[in-house]
Design a binder for this molecule. Structure first.
Ligand code: SF4
Length: 378
């Protein structure tokens, strides 16, 4: 309560007390009348002061009413939604796999949260009848290739990957003709038909080991030129890079963002995803996949980390390491496709068993080999 209001209230309270106990009996009549009139005025002022107080509280409540109601009913609604989802999951014998870039509420309801490689392994191992894949389309397709007997559902069929769309099977076939003898390593961020044209797949966590394992004079690496350039440097292999990139990592995270944070937090470890530009990656203490970043943050004795990848990872990092500090290189680094997945859409696909991702058999059989080869190596 403000000081002035408290003082005002105390002063008037004594007047009310005086009026109530009629302490004016020993005072001369005219003076007594005037004091009683004063006391009545004081009572009115005292009452008004309380009204002002109540009004202020009501005003504050009114200003924040939406926030308060949202908090109260939002939590209730969220609990109901989660309950409904869990019930549906049981009924359908389904498992929810979510990528680290997913919204916090999706990560919270998922049975497993991981990077592309970890999710591929989970998809291959699960004995559930249905997999709800909370990620982008190529990830759900990879799960469908590995588990053809399971129903793989994606909450939003529009959740694609612009980098994966930068190459088609037809264009890869043409490219291969120019470099006969070269073997193709495809980043998992590709469609099933591109995988079907490749010798082996890789993810950002195993790309160096996979490329090193390929016995060939030269290697065509598709579609990410940044990851390809990094792998070329680390493996010292002759590589022909496709000119693709991730708009979120390539176009949003820049060296200046990292340099600014490094100046501010000179002791922080800098973890950069290899989908970033080479000049950004050059500032990294560690070039890591999202899964690699989570492991490093947990194992490192450092307290501060500069993180250069998509924003969704921050939620998991903070949740898993509450005593550590994570500074995002660019808060604008948000993949709009990853964020298309919502709880409502997840419930909808499970309820109606819709948005089933399937791959035609002739493509699936060809795409299966490079993925399984990758899983056996690293
Ligand atoms: S973050 Fe980049 S690579 Fe990942 S899904 Fe989005 S656009 Fe594709």
């Amino acid at each position: 309560m403000p000081q002035i209001l408290r003082q005002f209230k105390e002063e008037n309270a004594s007047c009310v007390l005086r009026a109530r106990t009629d302490k004016f009996s020993d005072v001369e009549m005219p003076q007594r009348q005037s004091l009683k009139a004063q006391a009545r005025t004081d009572v009115r002022v005292f009452r008004d002061a309380h009204i002002i107080q109540i009004e202020s509280i009501l005003k504050i409540f009114y200003i924040f009413k939406d926030t308060l109601m949202g908090l109260i009913f939002g939590v209730e609604q969220m609990n109901e939604t989660i309950e409904r989802l869990n019930k549906l999951k049981k009924e359908r014998n389904a498992v929810i796999l979510a990528h680290i870039y997913q919204l916090p509420e999706i990560q919270d309801v998922a049975d497993f949260v991981g990077d592309s490689l970890e999710l591929s392994r989970k998809a291959a191992q699960t004995d559930a009848d249905a997999i709800v894949f909370c990620g982008v389309h190529f990830m759900a397709e990879t799960a469908a290739i590995l588990s053809p007997d399971k129903k793989v559902l994606i909450p939003d069929v529009q959740a694609g990957c612009p980098m994966a769309d930068m190459i088609t099977a037809e264009r890869l076939r043409e490219f291969k003709k120019k470099y006969s003898g070269a073997k193709v390593v495809a980043y998992v961020n590709t469609s099933a038909s591109v995988k079907a044209e490749s010798d082996i797949c890789c993810t950002s966590s195993n790309a160096v080991d996979i490329v090193k394992s390929v016995d060939a004079e030269s290697i065509i690496f598709v579609p990410d030129r940044n990851l390809g350039a990094y792998v070329q440097k680390m493996s010292e292999k002759k590589m022909i890079l496709w000119n693709g990139f991730c708009p979120t990592h390539n176009n949003i995270i820049f060296p200046e963002d990292i340099l600014k944070l490094k100046r501010e937090f000179p002791d922080a470890e800098t973890l950069v995803h290899p989908e970033c530009r080479p000049e950004t990656l050059a500032l990294a203490d560690y070039a890591l996949s999202t899964g690699g970043m989570c492991k490093r943050a947990a194992q490192s004795s450092n307290k501060d980390f500069i993180i250069a990848t998509e924003s969704g990872i921050l939620y998991k990092l903070k949740k898993d390491n509450p005593s550590k500090n994570f500074y995002h290189a660019s808060p604008l680094a948000v993949c709009p496709n990853m964020k298309k997945i919502t709880l409502a859409k997840t419930i909808d696909v499970l309820l109606n068993m819709k948005n089933i991702v399937s791959v035609p058999d002739e493509i699936r059989e060809k795409a299966y080999q490079p993925i399984v080869k990758m899983l056996k190596i690293a």
